[in-house]
Design a binder for this molecule. Structure first.
Ligand SMILES: [Zn+2]
Length: 293
C-alpha cells in the first residue's frame, strides 16, 4: 500500500486505543525483520532511521528500497527520520523519500524551541512531510556507541533533564503545528533492562490536554505491563530499538561462542534478523496493533 502519513497512522491508533511501534532501521536485515513481523501481524508500523545511525546506513540508497517494499506490501507504514538535529539532514531525508521527521531540539529553552520548531514544521509542510516534536528531555543511558554519538550531537545544548509539562504540551502543539509529541515521563533511551519508573498520572494529564497523539521514546527500558498501561493512558507511538539490537547481538554471540571456528558472515545476518523479528512481533502484540491495517 502507498506509504501513509504519520498522523493518518497515529490518529487511527488514538481513536482505537492502541499504539504503533516505531523501530529503528540500521540495515537491510533490520528493515526486513520489521516489515515481515508487521506483515505477519497485519500491523501498522513506523520505520525510523536515526541521524546518529547515518554512519552505518546510506539513507539515499536505503529509503527508496524501503519505500518500494512497503508499497508492495499490505501494511500501513511510514518512514521517519528519527532524532534529526540538522536541517541539511532533514532536507536529505525528504529528498530520499521519507515522509516524517522527528526534530530533536528539546534541549533548547522553551521560546527558542518553539520558534525553531515552527520554522521546521513550515519547511516540512511545504514538502508534504510531517514533524514530531519532543517536549521535556528524554535522556540516554551511558555505555553505548549511540550515547557517545548523541552526546556529540547535543554538545551545544544545555544538559537539563526535564519531565514534560501538561500545560506547555498543550500550548506547544497548538503553536508549533507538530503532528505528534514525544513526552518525557521517566523514560530513558538505551536502557537494556526494564527499570523505568514511569509517571502515569503525569502522562494522563498531558494526554487530557494534548490535541495530538503522544509518543514514548526509550521503550526498551519499559516492561510490557507498563507499556500497556502507557498505551491505555494515551501513548500512540512507541519507539523501540535497544531491545532489538540486544536480541540480535545476543543470538549472534551465542552462535559464535558455540563454534569458535565459525567463519561465514552471511548466516550471522539471518540469525540477527530472526532475533529482531521475534522481538518486533512480540511488541506489536503488547501494543495492540495487530490486525489494525
Ligand atoms: Zn528516541
Amino acid at each position: 500500500m502507498p506509504i501513509k502519513t504519520i498522523s493518518k497512522i497515529l490518529e487511527k491508533a488514538r481513536d482505537e486505543r492502541y499504539a504503533v511501534g516505531c523501530f529503528n532501521i540500521v540495515n537491510m536485515e533490520s528493515f526486513e525483520a520489521v516489515l515481515e513481523a508487521a506483515e505477519e501481524n497485519q500491523s501498522p508500523v513506523i520505520f525510523a532511521i536515526a541521524q546518529i545511525h547515518l554512519p552505518y546506513i546510506n539513507m539515499n540508497r536505503m529509503v527508496p528500497m524501503m519505500k518500494a517494499a512497503i508499497e508492495a506490501s499490505e501494511i500501513d507504514g511510514a518512514i521517519l527520520l528519527d532524532h534529526a538535529y540538522d536541517k541539511e539532514v532533514v532536507e536529505d531525508a525528504i529528498n530520499s523519500g521519507m515522509n516524517g521527521v522527528m526534530f530533536d531540539i528539546s534541549m533548547l529553552k522553551y521560546d527558542e524551541h518553539v520558534s525553531k520548531m515552527k520554522e521546521m514544521v513550515a519547511f516540512c509542510q511545504s514538502k508534504g512531510v510531517e514533524v514530531e516534536g519532543e517536549l521535556g528531555f528524554v535522556g540516554r543511558a551511558s555505555g553505548s556507541k549511540d550515547y557517545e554519538a548523541e552526546k556529540a550531537m547535543k554538545a551545544n545544548f544545555q544538559d537539563k533533564p526535564l519531565f514534560t509539562s501538561p500545560i506547555e504540551a498543550k500550548e506547544y502543539i497548538e503553536e508549533t503545528g507538530v503532528s505528534c509529541l514525544a513526552v518525557s515521563i521517566g523514560n530513558t533511551h538505551g536502557q537494556y533492562k526494564a527499570t523505568a519508573n514511569l509517571q502515569f498520572d503525569l502522562l494522563s494529564s498531558i494526554n487530557s490536554l494534548a490535541s495530538k497523539p503522544l509518543v514514548m521514546h526509550g521503550s526498551s527500558g519499559i516492561s510490557n505491563e507498563d507499556l500497556k498501561e502507557a498505551v491505555k493512558r494515551g501513548i500512540c507511538k512507541v519507539n523501540y530499538y535497544t531491545g532489538l539490537s540486544k536480541a540480535a547481538v545476543d543470538e549472534i554471540r551465542i552462535t559464535l561462542e558455540n563454534d569458535p571456528t565459525w567463519k561465514d558472515y552471511h548466516p550471522l545476518m539471518k540469525i540477527g534478523k530472526s532475533a529482531m523479528k521475534a522481538v518486533v512481533s512480540s511488541k506489536i502484540k503488547v501494543l495492540g496493533s495487530a490486525f489494525k491495517c
